[in-house]
Design a protein around this ligand. Structure first.
Ligand code: HEM
Length: 447
């Protein structure tokens, strides 16, 4: 077992905070000496300023948590020398705007449609605040603003607030499955899948690939214990999704609840189809701690997808032990931290003109091999496994409007849903480095 100093690691890399409100700030450095001083306040030099939450277990849940991401331009603005900048991975250096088309951000999801602050080349720091209440969020905001006010300008911000019962806007319970990471306290539900090595999520340790560790950006005091994240503002067209589901129910004779479950791989209440293919309330009930303990092979032998369609969202995003190209099922895990934004969807007023969706952080040691791989290979193509053809993920895929299909395999013959449209549109993104606590101290020393 590899040891890691949890006090040196940003907390949200290895555990979720499950707080009801969040605020993301995009900042640009205007004066680098002051910005470096701001960084020292974030690692505890000023008790009045909220400091970065680490991965150390807490005795009592705090009122708020703070984390920091830095874009490639941000590292340069803070004074990281060119020799060090070139040691960072190319996809991070290029950034989310330049790489948008790779991950399906085209057409209505292309950067020319994004929120302005997320296409601003001067976006350098992404400060992430989660809180237990609106008042705690505002109080922490005020102290952070005071701390950065002389050195940085705010380009934009985005608030999030969880919906009742931990659901996402399409109505599914979310936040159930996370990788179990070796060497850190278990933060999600237990499962019998191979645990993810520490080096799949933190720089400086052996990775998920045999005898391989991802290169640590230089110098080591900047790289070690860091990670990367793709921040995404994903707008959800709930009205289009609801209309699609009810239309398909009429055409196929399947219930709306079953169609929704097949698209996701879980029933709305989170019950996995593999464990319960016919009902969301099996008898005996599935204990909460067993809600993520399943595979598509072995006990249920669901190679053909009769229980859980091979093309469903969760089976594409984590095929587990299923046969996929390159035996890659366990090699591209991702940590997800997300919170809803926008008002709850009201079926009485389906087209209310409000933007709603998900503020998501997709965390891993390699943006290329984790976030981008999932989007290009598994969400927006189907040739990684038998039976999908060139189809897209039904929830997040970049299918051309009305042109997507989705196959529900059944022993008596498959049912194919037609006319799948793009339900999730990207409204912005940023590729961030998530430095360790000691790396933030190191950055603060640069002149
Ligand atoms: C608005 C957009 C999205 C929605 C509504 C959505 C919804 C869901 C839901 C309902 C689940 C099941 C709950 C769970 O297993 O925790 C899930 C799981 C998952 N999603 Fe998404 N998702 C979205 C975007 C994404 C994106 C962009 C990615 C990848 C880059 C992704 C990757 C995953 C993964 C890896 C899982 C867990 C699969 C497993 O381990 O079985 N999702 N998502």
């Amino acid at each position: 077992m590899v040891d890691v100093e949890l006090a040196d690691v940003q907390g949200f890399i290895v555990r979720g905070y499950t707080m009801p409100v969040a605020r993301y700030f995009g900042l640009s450095v205007r004066e680098s000496t002051g910005a470096r001083a701001f960084l020292t306040t974030l690692v505890g030099s000023d008790p009045m300023v909220p400091s970065i939450t680490t991965a150390q277990p807490w005795a009592m849940k705090p009122e708020y948590c703070v984390n920091l991401g830095i874009t490639f331009r941000g590292l340069a603005a803070l004074g990281v020398p060119p020799g060090s900048l070139t040691s960072f991975p190319v996809e991070y250096c290029e950034g989310a705007v330049a790489r948008a088309a790779n991950v399906g951000d085209v057409g209505t999801s292309a950067p020319d449609q994004w929120l302005r602050w997320l296409v601003d080349p001067e976006l350098q720091l992404l400060l992430m605040l989660s809180a237990q209440s609106g008042s705690a969020l505002d109080a922490a905001t005020k102290r952070l603003e005071q701390s950065w006010s002389t050195s940085c300008v705010e380009l934009g911000r985005h608030d999030g607030a969880s919906l009742p019962d931990d659901v996402a806007h399409f109505g599914y319970r979310d936040g159930i499955s996370q990788p179990t990471i070796e060497g850190v306290p278990l933060a999600g539900l237990p499962d019998h899948l191979p645990p993810a090595p520490l080096g799949e999520f933190l720089l400086g340790y052996p990775s998920q690939f045999d005898q391989f560790s991802y290169p640590v950006p230089e110098p080591p005091e900047l790289g070690i214990n860091g990670s990367f994240a793709a921040f995404r503002v994903l707008e959800q067209d709930v009205a289009a999704f609801a209309e699609f589901v009810s239309q398909q129910a009429l055409t196929t004779g399947l219930s709306e609840e079953l169609i929704e479950a097949k698209l996701c791989g879980r029933w709305r209440n989170g019950t996995p189809l593999v464990l319960s293919p016919d009902t969301d309330t099996p008898e005996p009930p599935i204990p909460p701690e067993a809600m993520n303990d399943f595979d598509y092979i072995g006990q249920y032998d669901d190679q053909r997808g009769y229980r859980c369609p091979i093309g469903s969202h969760i089976r594409r995003m984590n095929p587990r032990g299923q046969r996929v190209a390159g035996d890659a099922g366990h090699l591209h895990r991702i940590v997800r931290r997300g919170i809803a934004y926008g008002p709850p969807y009201d079926p009485e007023h389906p087209r209310d003109g409000q933007s709603r969706g998900l503020l998501g952080l997709f965390i891993g040691i390699s943006l290329h091999d984790q976030f981008e791989f999932l989007m290009t290979q598994w969400a927006n193509d189907g040739i990684f496994t038998a039976g999908l053809g060139r189809t897209n993920d039904p929830l997040i895929g970049a299918q051309a409007n009305g042109a997507g299909t989705f196959s529900i395999p059944q022993a008596a013959g498959s049912v194919t849903l037609q006319g799948l449209t793009r339900f999730v549109t990207t409204r912005g993104g940023a590729y961030c480095f998530l430095p360790s606590i000691s790396a933030i101290r190191y950055l603060a020393t640069l002149a």
